[in-house]
Write a protein that binds this ligand. Structure first.
Ligand SMILES: C[S@@+](CC[C@H](N)C(=O)[O-])C[C@H]1O[C@@H](n2cnc3c(N)ncnc32)[C@H](O)[C@@H]1O
Length: 304
């Protein structure tokens, strides 16, 4: 066991892949660019790391993503810690390529929502269970609620019915103008709409009592990285509510709707929340309500 683990990392190419994957989840073509190596070499090295029990691979439609396993045996877990502390430095071209990979993912979503007809994305979850009633039910009494990735503002009137201050944030000006039209039509001019990205939220520290993120995490380049910023804007003891798709195989949604991830696994979401400084974590899967529909989940957690 120890020999297999040590052998797996006893190669500069594999050590680099292990170090890069300690920063997030990447697919073979991204890793080929990041490591500046041939695709067959990268694939072979990934297989050795997977076979040694260090990495997991997950197929999403046509793409396979690699990450460090979360259920590492103690010896493998200490190797991961060692790789993070003493593995190859993330600098120069490697650093640039990692940034470019995330930026390419972000840009694909951004350009889609910059030009989309706001009526269209609704089709993606038409026929799937709607998270909105469950999110509203789970929302505690709050003074200020923030709706992240508010889109066309579908959730805003319901949230405003539950809290005096509602802020909608979205990275797309086109989606925000649709949200503005919707809130004005409903006579809700006091809803505060802000242009901004989840990576750098246009909110003060601890500004929110509750944060809602419905159908937005699957659009993010690296959903796990959203939680630091969400934690920053939530007050201690505040509530985070997430609604999103369960894992599915509708590859067309990646192509047509700029989805980065074909749903999110409840285990992953629980893990991110736990690691991200949240407690009282509850992730409730809701299976598809009719043939052909997608399952969803609603997660609730309290900021420590
Ligand atoms: C599928 S829509 C969901 C809209 C709304 N939450 C709902 O449930 O109806 C996703 C929204 O997230 C926004 N979005 C995607 N990535 C984002 C990011 N990094 N920062 C802020 N908003 C983002 C998009 O512009 C889009 O309006």
């Amino acid at each position: 066991m120890a020999v297999t683990l040590l052998k797996a990392l006893a190669d500069p190419g594999r050590l680099l892949l292990a170090r890069v994957l300690s920063l997030g989840t990447f697919n073979v073509s991204e890793l080929t660019e990041i490591a500046d190596a041939g695709q067959s070499t990268v694939s072979r090295n990934l297989k050795i790391l997977v076979d040694a029990g260090l990495l997991s691979s997950r197929r999403e439609g046509r793409t396979v993503y690699y990450a460090w396993r979360r259920d590492l045996a103690p010896a493998a877990a200490s190797l991961r810690t060692w790789v993070e502390a003493h593995g190859p430095a993330i600098e120069g071209d490697v650093r640039r390529q990692i940034h470019d990979a995330w930026e390419a993912r972000r840009e694909r979503t951004a350009s889609f929502f910059a030009t989309v007809d706001p009526a269209d994305p609704a089709a993606a979850w038409l026929g799937s269970p709607d998270c909105l009633p469950l999110l509203l039910e789970a929302l505690p009494d709050s003074n200020t609620v923030v709706d992240l990735g508010t889109g066309s503002g579908r959730l805003l009137p319901g949230l405003r019915g539950r809290a005096p201050n509602v802020i909608g944030v979205d990275a797309s000006a086109a989606m925000l103008s649709e949200a503005r039209r919707r809130t004005q039509d409903a006579g809700l001019d006091d809803i505060d709409l802000r242009l901004g990205d989840l990576a750098h939220l246009p909110l003060q520290d601890h500004e929110a009592d509750a944060v809602v993120a419905n159908m937005v995490l699957h659009h993010l380049p690296e959903p796990a990285r959203a939680f630091d910023e969400i934690k920053r804007v939530l007050r201690p003891g505040g509530t985070l509510l997430i609604g999103d798709f369960l894992p599915h195989d509708q590859e067309w949604m990646r192509e047509t709707l700029a989805d980065q991830w074909l749903g999110l696994a409840p285990d992953d979401v629980s893990h991110w929340l736990d690691e991200g400084g949240f407690e009282a974590i509850d992730v409730r899967p809701i299976p598809p309500n009719q043939p052909g529909a997608l399952g969803v989940f609603v997660a609730r957690a309290t900021r420590v």
